[in-house]
Design a protein around this ligand. Structure first.
Ligand code: CP
Length: 317
């Protein structure tokens, strides 16, 4: 795709060169921030360059929204944010699509969007005259989460090709799982899943993925395990999970015993928010194999790299 001036809505579009460009810039930004506490000095062309990134989120977010804001601020760009629809004019009856059109009419330089599955909003987003970044759309995709997950695997495991990634939990409703399947497969990892019957993915892209009905078997196979939250907000009114939360914990929660089934240098990931005690135990969250907060840190540099590549900013190395 090459990022320059383009929207970034799906992991499908990424080429090997895009990923090389993005991950090398991510690494540089992270190292430079560690050394000097800033990154914008790497990009002299940022001086005097006014850019505003609009954030339009109709679903809750902590990490994605703030991480894009941090990334834009580290690049010396400004952000404006609509993140609480109860205090927006949506609460007065304006549609989300018209909200997108009105924020677009304010002429931001780029927009990051999050919303539930909505084909009318997809159409508006597709027609906007500036780049739009998918910050999580319905159950379809969350491509920047997959980028930061892949970067975290690369950083901790030294490679992605040949890694065996087990995704555990509500795979059916997970945009994170979909984007990771697409991206990690492209990068040469093998992606498998372990889920209760009700959360087995039906998207044809998952058909060739390995399925473990037993978590222990899956963990013994994997080098990376990724937990997922049960996404009740995407379940239909009559859809249960077929088992109680206590039974879910018993079969799918990753505790110390389960973590120890990974290789000694294996890692555990989770996109967040983590529901403690359901997907991961407190001990797992505190274990050095658990890279959940590294993922969050990496998200800032991955997103700063993405925004700067979309805006065509040259970097001095
Ligand atoms: N990972 C992620 O999308 O988290 P938030 O919902 O907090 O943005």
């Amino acid at each position: 795709m090459s990022f320059l001036g383009k929207s970034f809505l799906t992991s499908e579009a990424l080429t090997d060169k895009d990923l090389d460009d993005l991950f090398s810039r991510t690494k540089l930004f992270k190292q430079e921030f560690k050394a000097k506490g800033r990154i914008h000095h790497l990009m002299p062309s940022l001086l005097g360059q006014e850019r505003v990134v609009a954030m339009v989120f109709s679903e809750p977010s902590t990490r994605t929204r703030m991480s894009f804001q941090m990334a834009a601020n580290r690049l010396n760009y400004r952000t404006v944010s609509l993140d609480n629809i109860t205090v927006s004019s949506i609460s007065k009856g304006e549609t989300f699509e018209d909200t997108l059109r009105n924020v677009a009419a304010m002429q931001p330089d780029c927009m990051v969007v999050r919303y539930g599955t909505d084909t009318s909003a997809d159409k508006v987003v597709g027609d906007l005259p500036f780049p739009v970044i998918n910050g999580g759309i319905g159950a379809s995709e969350h491509p920047t989460q997959a980028l930061l997950d892949a970067y975290t695997i690369l950083e901790n495991r030294g490679k992605i090709r040949g890694e065996r990634v087990l995704i555990v939990g509500d795979v059916l409703h997970s945009r994170v799982a979909n984007s990771n399947l697409i991206l990690l497969s492209k990068l040469g990892a093998e992606v498998a899943y372990c889920a209760p019957r009700e959360f087995v993915p039906i998207d044809p892209r998952w058909q060739s993925a390995k399925h473990f009905s037993d978590l222990s078997e899956g963990l013994k196979w994997s080098t990376v395990v990724m937990g997922l939250r049960i996404q009740k907000e995407r379940h239909g009114p009559y859809q249960g999970i077929g088992l109680t939360i206590a039974e879910y914990r018993e079969k799918y929660r990753i505790g110390t015993d389960q973590l120890n089934m990974l290789p000694p240098d294996g890692i555990s990931l989770h996109p967040g928010p983590v529901i403690r005690g359901v997907e991961f135990s407190d001990h797992v969250l505190a274990d050095s194999k658990c890279k959940v907060l590294d993922q969050v840190t990496n998200g800032v540099y991955v997103r700063a790299a993405l925004i700067s590549l979309i805006f065509g900013v040259e970097v001095n190395t």
